[in-house]
Every structure is written in C-alpha cells, then in structure tokens.
Ligand binder design. Structure first.
Ligand code: CA
Length: 225
C-alpha cells in the first residue's frame, strides 16, 4: 500500500511517515501545494493524507486535482482544530474521512487502516481467489486454508495482484507500488522480477495454482484464464 503524506510541518510529516513506514506502508511526502499537486498528477496512491493549509495553495485544490485524476484514491483530511469549514468542504469534494490536529499516531493509523479496507478492499475482512485467501486483519495469505510464509513485500505484491485481477500491471506500476515514486527505472525491474518469482514459487509449493501470467512487453496479469 502506498500513501502520500501532504503536510508542511516537518516534525508532523516525518512522525507520520515514520509511524506508517513501521506499519508496513510505502510512504511518500509532499511539503507544499506545488509538490503535492504534481505528485497526485504523476503517481498513483492508495491513500493521501492531506493537510489543508499549505504553503503555495490549499489542500482542497490538491483534492480537486486528485479526484479528477484518480477518483479511486482514498483521502484522509488533516485539519486544524477550529476549521469545521475545511472538513465540510473536503468531504463535499470527495474526501473519505478527517482527523483533527493534534492527534495520536495510533489513532491516525487506525483511520488509515479502516479507510484502506473500505476503499481498496470494499470493506471485506478477507479476499479470496479460488484456493488463495488474503486475511486483511492479520496480513496472512492462506492457500487451501494453510498459511504461507511470505515477506511483507511478497504479501503486498499478492494484495496488489488480487485487488487488480484480470488487469495488466506494468513493471513500473508494481515497482512504484512496492517501493515508492521514482522507482520506474529499468534497474529496479530486476527486483520486481525476483519478488514475483519468489511469490509464485511459494504459492505453488504450498499447493496453489500459478495465476501470475507474464504479458510480454507489458507486465503481469493475475488471472485464472
Ligand atoms: Ca499546514
């Protein structure tokens, strides 16, 4: 899961990024309006944590651009204590939830987790694809009811595939999802290849079918066809 943190106060931004990174998320940061607006136009995120008062412009304008480019991305607004107006406008523009400053990082994390479950996993506790089951509460993947030991990146990769089944995912999209922006460099495609190879091997060794198909010149597709 890839999260963009838009926040101009360095201490808050870094604390959020540090906390969420430990929770296993790939975090990107933007410290002003211009950077945030550029990032939401260029890259895809599962979730954007969005401060409203930013140097150079309003977070609400970033929200408008984001909803135009990637309507499926989740948005959690971070607002100052007394700015009810920003919250209402943000929710009107398509934000999913808001949190008021100051907040505790575990609370932010709980909101993030719930929002991602609603947005990316449509509110489900588990996602199944034939014999493969992803348990979103425990971050465990079962094959025929038996847990498979996967690294965090392999787990993320399987979630990415299973939530995008029957869709071609380019190596660049996979690299960005697993490691963050600016990973769309040819060198890093070897890394994508080796993670996919390991994931396939572990699934097959545990009695699963190999649903990850190579689409030559384009990328990979998770499908039973
Ligand atoms: Ca601010």
């Amino acid at each position: 899961m890839k999260i963009l943190i838009v926040e101009d106060e360095p201490a808050i931004r870094e604390a959020i990024a540090g906390y969420l990174h430990k929770e296993g998320y790939v975090c990107e940061e933007a410290e002003d309006y211009e950077t945030a607006d550029e990032k939401v136009a260029l890259y895809e995120y599962d979730l954007v944590i969005l401060d409203i008062t930013l140097p150079g412009g309003s977070g609400l304008e970033v929200l408008k651009s984001l909803k135009k480019a990637h309507p499926e991305t989740g948005v959690l607004i971070v607002s100052a204590r007394h700015s009810l107006d920003d919250k209402v406008k943000g929710l009107d523009l398509g934000a999913d939830d808001y949190i008021t400053k100051p907040f505790h990082l575990p609370e932010l994390n709980a909101r993030v987790k719930a929002l991602l479950r609603r947005r990316v996993f449509k509110g489900k506790e588990t996602i199944t694809f034939n014999e493969i089951e992803v348990d979103l509460a425990t971050n465990i993947i079962n094959v025929n009811g038996e847990p498979v030991e996967l690294s965090r990146k392999e787990y993320d990769l399987m979630c990415f595939f299973i939530t995008n089944k029957n869709r071609v995912l380019s190596k660049a999209a996979i690299a960005e999802h697993l490691w963050g922006d600016y990973m769309d460099l040819a060198d890093n495609f070897d890394l994508v290849y080796s993670h996919i190879k390991n994931l396939r091997k572990k699934i097959v060794e545990n009695g699963g079918s190999d649903y990850i198909k190579t689409v030559y010149g384009m990328g990979y597709k998770f499908t039973s066809y």
